[in-house]
Structure formats: structure tokens, C-alpha cells
Design a protein around this ligand. Structure first.
Ligand SMILES: Nc1nc2c(ncn2[C@@H]2O[C@H](COP(=O)(O)OP(=O)(O)OP(=O)(O)O)[C@@H](O)[C@H]2O)c(=O)[nH]1
Ligand SMILES: [Mg+2]
Length: 299
């Protein structure tokens, strides 16, 4: 089931006949559970339930009007979902152009979510915009991590800074920034090893990398297929490390649709791009208005 189908079915169910408050609550509880199974964060589901109840209570008319009820719920959903997504964020390319140089981007996230692939895509985008880009592999932990990024660097025609496996990831970041500054690179993109948001030591290591690098922006990469853990990741990385924006990878493979709403709602940080495939060009600006429209288009 997709979030958009659930919203359609919810609005249909609510607007079919007049409902007592109890009946409405029962329906909202049932749809709430189904929304959670579509990766919509529990606190957002609770807010949706409350706000829809309030909106309908305030609009009691003597005669039941199916279309009026439908309009009220649809409007309330639209307002809430836009609020959950918190605006369209910033344009990374524009930020890179106007930023003090080097523009430093630090990518963080759980193992396998798509960080390295996303870095290659962002590098492609910045290079296309005319910026000189340097890649840095601060993942000195996972076997094959340097070879993977270096393969992207080769394909994109970009240089890469790395050190031997096992070396301090913060020192790679520091040296990459120093190298970018001395050689006049306009942007430096730093990859980090994947880590669980619950691992205190690895979170501490990430804080150190961030302190040393002083990134212009820290980007959390989240896998849209993660399910309900996505919003725990968004929340824990925010409280423990801090970041400025989210890129949602594997958006193309997500048939539920709740992840984007949840991560922004929980973190109050914008989703700025979504990954839509494995090619370098498969990175799209995320537009909250269009996304909400698509979620509500079938109502
Ligand atoms: N379909 C699809 N696949 C993606 C996308 N982004 C990444 N992938 C795939 O996801 C897998 C993992 O991607 P990586 O970029 O290696 O992930 P990572 O977060 O760097 O992984 P670690 O460094 O091991 O933590 C690869 O097979 C990628 O091709 C996307 O937007 N869409
Ligand atoms: Mg990686």
C-alpha cells in the first residue's frame, strides 16, 4: 500500500456518511497504523489524527455534505504535509557557487544507505556547474571503500584524497581541506564510513571529523527503503552530530512514500535531493509542493 492510496481511501471513508466522534477516532486509529506501516513517523501520524479531528469538529453543519468534508480533510492534509516537509530547503549548487571557497560538504549516514553513490552524483552536479571538485575518502574502515570512491573519481575525471586503511578519518578530512585550499579547489566532498546511529563511539568519531573539517554543510543520507528506522536515524544523527539537510537515496525503489515526510518532520531539516537511480544524473531536486500534490492527487 502507498501513502497516496491510504490518503485517498481515508478521505473516502471519512466523507461517505456522518460519523460520531468515536467512529471518526476508530477510523483514524486504523489508518494511523496503516500509515505507520508506510513509514510515516508515529508523531506525525498522531498530529494528522488530531488535526483532522479538530478540523472536522470545527466545521459541523446541520446537513452532511460529502464534498465539504472531503475538501476540509484534503486541505488539512495538504497544510500538514507541507508543514511536515518544512519548505523546499536550499539549492546546493547555488550555495556552492556563492560560498567561501573551498565549499566543504560532509556526508554522513548509516551503512549502505547510498552515501558514496550520492557523493558521486553531487560531484557530477557541481562539476557540471563549472566548479572544480575534490573528493576525499574519510572511510578508512570498510574494505573496498577507497577503491569504490576512487572508481567514481576516475569516471568523473576528479582527483581524490585518501590515506591508508585504518588511519584517522578526521585527519583525512583535515588534509583534504588543506589540499583543496592550497590547490584552489572550489569544492571538497568528504565521504565517511557508514555507522549505526546507535553506536556511541562511532558517533563520537563523526563529531570529531565534523569539528576538524568545519563543513559548509553536513548532509545526512537516508535510504528511502529503510522503513520506520529512517526517522530514528534522522533524529539520532541530528541530536548526536547535527546536519543541515537530508538526501533521500533509493527514492526510485520506494513504493510507500512515507520516508520523506517522516525524516523532515522529525528533524525539521529539509530533504534537498532524492536519488532516483544508480547513474550520476539520477539525483533530483526535491520539491515539497509537487510531492504533496502527488500524494494527494488521487483524492
Ligand atoms: N536504485 C538506487 N540505488 C541506489 C541509489 N543510491 C545508491 N544506490 C545503491 O545502493 C547501494 C549502496 O550504495 P553506497 O553508495 O555504496 O552506500 P554507502 O552508504 O556509501 O555504503 P557504506 O559506505 O558501506 O556505508 C549501491 O548498490 C548503490 O548503487 C539510488 O538513489 N537509487
Ligand atoms: Mg560508502
Amino acid at each position: 500500500m502507498k501513502v497516496s492510496d491510504l490518503f485517498k481511501s481515508l478521505v473516502e471513508t471519512i466523507s461517505t456518511r456522518p460519523l460520531s466522534r468515536r467512529e471518526l477516532e476508530k477510523i483514524l486509529d486504523e489508518y494511523g497504523l496503516r500509515l505507520v506501516s508506510c513509514d510515516v513517523a508515529l508523531p506525525l501520524v498522531d498530529e494528522l489524527k488530531n488535526k483532522i479531528t479538530e478540523a472536522l469538529e470545527g466545521q459541523r453543519t446541520p446537513v452532511f455534505d460529502k464534498n465539504a468534508v472531503k475538501r476540509i480533510v484534503e486541505k488539512e492534509l495538504e497544510r500538514l504535509l507541507l508543514e511536515a516537509l518544512g519548505g523546499s530547503g536550499f539549492d546546493l549548487v547555488e550555495e556552492a557557487k556563492k560560498s567561501q571557497k573551498p565549499f566543504k560538504l560532509l556526508f554522513i549516514g548509516v551503512n549502505g544507505v547510498g552515501k558514496t553513490t550520492t557523493i558521486a552524483k553531487v560531484a557530477y552536479l557541481l562539476k557540471k556547474a563549472g566548479l572544480s571538485v575534490l573528493l576525499a575518502c574519510s572511510d578508512t574502515f570498510r574494505a573496498g571503500a577507497m577503491e569504490q570512491l576512487s572508481q567514481h573519481a576516475k569516471s568523473l575525471g576528479l582527483p581524490m584524497v585518501s590515506k591508508e586503511y585504518g588511519s584517522d578519518p578526521a585527519s583525512v578530512g583535515f588534509e583534504a581541506v588543506a589540499y583543496a585550499s592550497s590547490r584552489g579547489f572550489e569544492a571538497v566532498l568528504i565521504d565517511t564510513a557508514g555507522r549505526m546511529h546507535t553506536d556511541i563511539n562511532l558517533m563520537d568519531e563523526l563529531r570529531k571529523i565534523k569539528r576538524v573539517v568545519e563543513p559548509s554543510y553536513t548532509i545526512l543520507v537516508v535510504d528511502a527503503l529503510t522503513g520506520n528506522d529512517a526517522w530514528n536515524q534522522a533524529s539520532d544523527f541530528k541530536s548526536q552530530v547535527g546536519y543541515d539537510a537530508i538526501i533521500l537515496a533509493k527514492f526510485d525503489a520506494d513504493d510507500k512514500g512515507g520516508a520523506a515526510l517522516s525524516v523532515s518532520y522529525v528533524s525539521k531539516k529539509p530533504v534537498i535531493y532524492v536519488g532516483t537511480g544508480q547513474k550520476y544524473s539520477d539525483l533530483e531536486r526535491f520539491n515539497p509542493e509537487n510531492y504533496v500534490k502527488s500524494l494527494l492527487s488521487t483524492i
